[in-house]
Design a protein around this ligand. Structure first.
Ligand code: PXL
Length: 278
């Protein structure tokens, strides 16, 4: 029996509110991939929609954990980075990229949505995330994150193909090999993702837009994408599968807006993810 693939998810533990590691662990595991973790911070809840949350940065512990791993001769197929606790962690993740040289590097530059930075980050942070994207095989920004890293103006609502292709090209200029941009709406009432791969190929995929702001969907998308990519799917196929899983999770959640900040019911999509990949 062959070993399972191993992903290392570098992300925070938001104890309540289904995002980051509480999404990556179950989804990547359900895809039949071992999900190891490197926690960047621990919070009582995520920072979007709750007040009074606790936050503990884990920068020091990350060094200790990686030092120990270096003594293990660990095989890693994919390094998947998400929400970082502070800007200094960008250099830590770059070091990890160098340590596990054979691993694919997927960077979700988690820091903003709807035109705004998340509350924990200051205006220098996008420059740091752009440095991290430089070394990546694939980056997974939403439109806001792509704009913040490239200096292109943020446009809400639906987008022209010209605008999306300008953003995709600018993302590749950061130094990443491939980009999958989320939150793309080329047509009123449709929402999905667009990709640009290193061979210059664009792809688009969209489904009917569901109204509402659903927290944690970027992490559902990223975890499904990472799973598919790690199992050998192309950027285009991984993007399509990640859209399908994310929309299914949203459909399992609608009609209870007061609950949206607790994340989407991705638990009801785990069997679909496994079936799509095996
Ligand atoms: O889902 C992105 C995310 C991850 N981690 C934390 C967050 C957010 C978005 O708000 O606050 C702590």
């Amino acid at each position: 029996m062959e070993n399972l693939k191993r992903v290392v998810a570098i992300n925070d533990i938001s104890c309540v509110g289904r995002c980051s590691l509480t999404v990556a662990l179950p989804l990547i595991s359900a895809a039949g991939i071992e999900c190891s973790i490197l926690p960047t911070a621990i919070l009582s809840t995520h920072t979007g929609g709750f007040t009074g949350f606790t936050f503990k940065n884990l920068s020091d512990e990350m060094d200790r954990i990686v030092n120990h791993w270096q003594s293990l001769n660990l095989h890693v197929d994919t390094l998947y980075s998400g929400y970082l606790g502070s800007a200094d962690q960008v250099d830590k993740v770059l070091n990890i990229f160098n340590t596990f040289k054979d691993a694919a590097r997927i960077v979700d530059p988690v820091m903003a949505d709807n035109g705004k930075l998340y509350s924990a980050f200051d205006s220098d942070f996008p420059g740091h995330m752009a440095r991290l994207c430089k070394g990546a095989d694939v980056i997974l920004p939403n439109i806001t994150e792509a704009c913040l890293m490239t200096g292109i103006e943020y446009i809400d609502g639906s987008h022209s193909k010209e605008y999306i292709e300008k953003l995709l090209n600018a993302c590749l200029k950061l130094g990443a090999k491939n980009v999958c941009l989320t939150g793309v709406s080329l047509e009123d009432g449709k929402l999905g993702a667009a990709t640009l791969s290193k061979d210059g190929k664009f792809s688009y995929y969209a489904l009917d837009k569901i109204d509402g702001y659903f927290h944690g969907t970027g992490d559902v998308f990223g975890s499904a994408f990472v799973s598919a990519y790690t199992l050998g799917k192309s950027i285009e196929e991984a993007s399509k599968l990640a859209c399908d899983i994310t929309v299914k999770a949203i459909k399992e959640t609608i009609n209870r807006p007061q609950e949206y900040k607790y994340g989407v019911n991705f638990e009801l999509t785990l069997a679909d993810l496994y079936k799509a990949l095996h």
